[in-house]
Design a protein around this ligand. Structure first.
Ligand code: SF4
Length: 361
């Protein structure tokens, strides 16, 4: 027990001490000490509340071909779709009226003019019909700086760009040759520099991935002083090239490692936002709640129209494919209440970290 207490104490100072992290990953004995410490930090710094972001998966068309992703360009088994403007606005209004403080507009990656211009228009319109009150997070991949700027000026103020792994060699193994690790890191820096509340994240339990890689991921988050994190266990998709390689971690282990990553990041970076991702729920029906109890403070209920959900399957067993937005909302509200937390309705839920780092810089 003393060992785990001392490992937790070491990281409480904000220093991602490698030995302490390796120890926390290596044991499950008395691991509740880690989770309790993380939950205390959560209560103190970001409160006993959860922010909601209505997730709108507005298009599954993607120019990229990541080896792990179910909507990669070369997966011809799925039907491609793009929601029209009215459908996106309708979903945004649903979020607004339901008291979700923010939405996430997520899609496959495209950089053609139509895509960017339409997105700019949609963002402007959402801001206008919601009295500028609905927060907008974008998750649409790597773009050019001036496009990031246009989207920011239109009213998007948060951006999620997952690095997936901070190990460049591993990155190369899970992406085709023309997908650049360097560019991805540069995009994250660019987003911060433009003024976005910037989020990133990794997959946990990828084939070829080691515990040392997870330690490096933690160091990456700290060094890049990010505002938001979305991490999930890697879950295979059978129609992807990575499917033939085995992870050395069972699903259960990937789940446990993800909870540990959440707890460690909460202790290390205290006032950032951390999402409890749907992939956790794909492994354990109470996965998202467990994520909150490990220190996460954001949940993203899926509010994509039902007819498109099936075709936005990034991994197998993705939950909430058949529940409509109203059901997803009720389910999330009930589940959060059940663990003694409250939902911060009608609140943007910006990461406190973002304001602190801007004040300090
Ligand atoms: S992970 Fe993102 S960029 Fe890669 S194929 Fe999937 S949607 Fe496209």
């Amino acid at each position: 027990m003393n060992k785990i207490i001392s490992a937790v104490k070491k990281i409480e100072s904000g220093n991602p001490d490698k030995d302490a992290l390796l120890y926390l990953f290596s044991t499950n004995e008395d691991i509740d000490i880690l989770f309790s410490a993380a939950y205390e930090v959560k209560e103190r710094y970001v409160g006993k509340k959860v922010y909601l972001r209505g997730l709108i998966e507005f298009s599954n068309i993607c120019k990229k071909n990541c080896y792990y992703c179910g909507i990669r360009r070369d997966n011809h088994k799925i039907k491609r779709y793009s929601m029209n403007k009215e459908e996106i606005l309708e979903s945004a209004i649903f979020a607004y009226k339901s008291g979700f403080g923010s939405i996430v507009l997520q899609s496959g990656e495209r950089d053609d003019r139509d895509f960017i211009n339409n997105l700019v228009e949609v963002i402007k319109e959402i801001k206008s019909i919601t009295n500028n009150e609905l927060g907008i997070t974008l998750c649409v991949g790597e773009e050019k700086r001036d496009d990031y700027e246009k989207l920011f000026e239109a009213g998007a103020h948060r951006y999620l760009l997952r690095i997936e792994t901070s190990n460049e060699d591993l990155y190369k193994k899970i992406h085709p040759e023309d997908h650049s690790f360097y560019n991805r890191v540069e995009c994250i820096k660019m987003l911060k520099n433009i003024g976005y509340q910037t989020g990133t994240g990794v997959m946990i339990g990828l084939p070829f991935q080691t515990i040392d890689d997870l330690v490096s991921d933690i160091v990456f988050f700290v060094e890049n002083d990010i505002d938001m994190i979305g991490m999930g266990p890697y879950i295979e998709h059978k129609d992807t090239p990575l499917f033939k390689y085995n992870s050395k971690f069972t699903l259960k282990e990937r789940f446990e490692l993800t909870l540990k990553m959440i707890a460690i990041m909460r202790i290390l970076m205290k006032d950032i936002n951390i999402a409890s991702t749907t992939a956790l729920q794909a492994i354990d029906p109470a996965g998202r709640e467990k994520g909150i109890l490990a220190g996460a403070n954001v949940i993203m209920p899926n509010i994509t129209p039902l007819k498109y959900r099936e075709d936005y399957r990034l991994y197998e067993n993705k939950p909430c494919i058949n529940e409509n937005s109203e059901d997803c909302k009720d389910c999330v509200l009930n589940r959060i209440k059940m663990i003694g937390e409250s939902v911060a309705l009608n609140s943007l839920g910006d990461p406190i970290h973002y304001y602190r780092r801007n004040k300090e810089s």
